[in-house]
Design a protein around this ligand. Sequence first.
Ligand code: ADP
Length: 269
Amino acid sequence: MSELEVNDVSMIFDTPDGGTVEALQNVSFNLKQGELLAILGPSGCGKSTLLNIIAGFLSSTSGSVSNGSKRLHGSGPDRGMVFQQGALFEWMTVAENIGFGPQMQGTPPEEIKKIVDDLLETVGLQDFGHKAIYELSGGMQQRVALARCLANNPDIILMDEPLGALDALTREKMQSLVLKLWKETGKTIILITHSVEEALFLGERLFVMAPRPGRVKQQYTLPFAEAGLTQDPREIKASPEFIAKREEILSMIWEMEEEIMGNNQAVGM
Ligand code: ADP
């Protein structure tokens, strides 16, 4: 069992005007194999920076990230990324997209076919393997993106607003798919979202981040993701417990946004 450890990570960017931005300040946390962490917070609080450091696309100014006993430097096959949209290979079929990672690793064709067929079924696209990407709806494309990520069998899946571009109904269906994949695969998942409702519903753990400097302001452990595996999502989201948490977090984010607006006005932005 591997455990992701983010240890005292800070990130300072230089800005074009010669100043600096403290995008992350002393962020530390551990995630056990199979935990699902949602990260929420106003724009500019460092969510993407944190995800990109864990993915290995960015090097932190200080601190470290480890997966189990392995200290991480740069990207690696133990971490997979799912983006909001546009990251699929448009000129390949659905099956070719999903099989791309295993093919690059030199997996034999018959094994690739099995991986692809299994994953097409897992994400509910059994009859779509031969389709071109442009023939699919946005929701279906995100199903392919999830399957393509799973095909590489990473320990940790990093999702940057994966459902952000979808209409409300498709988004709800996809949330249930994310929960199903989480439970069936036992992967560790970190998911960034701007939707308070989505963060509450999917985050077994939830971080609310604050900006300037970017940091984890509040942490929650929540029952809704586990409940979502067996209960109707609409009922969960309409429950008094869910609504109370949603209002608590919305107020917290509102306050932060007001503070940011106030600061910006003070410096004439
Ligand atoms: P979020 O994803 O929460 O919106 P980001 O991680 O994108 O926040 O950004 C955090 C802060 O770091 C912001 O103030 C942003 O402007 C700044 N930032 C991000 N990337 C860079 C960069 N490459 N150069 C300079 N500043 C950056």
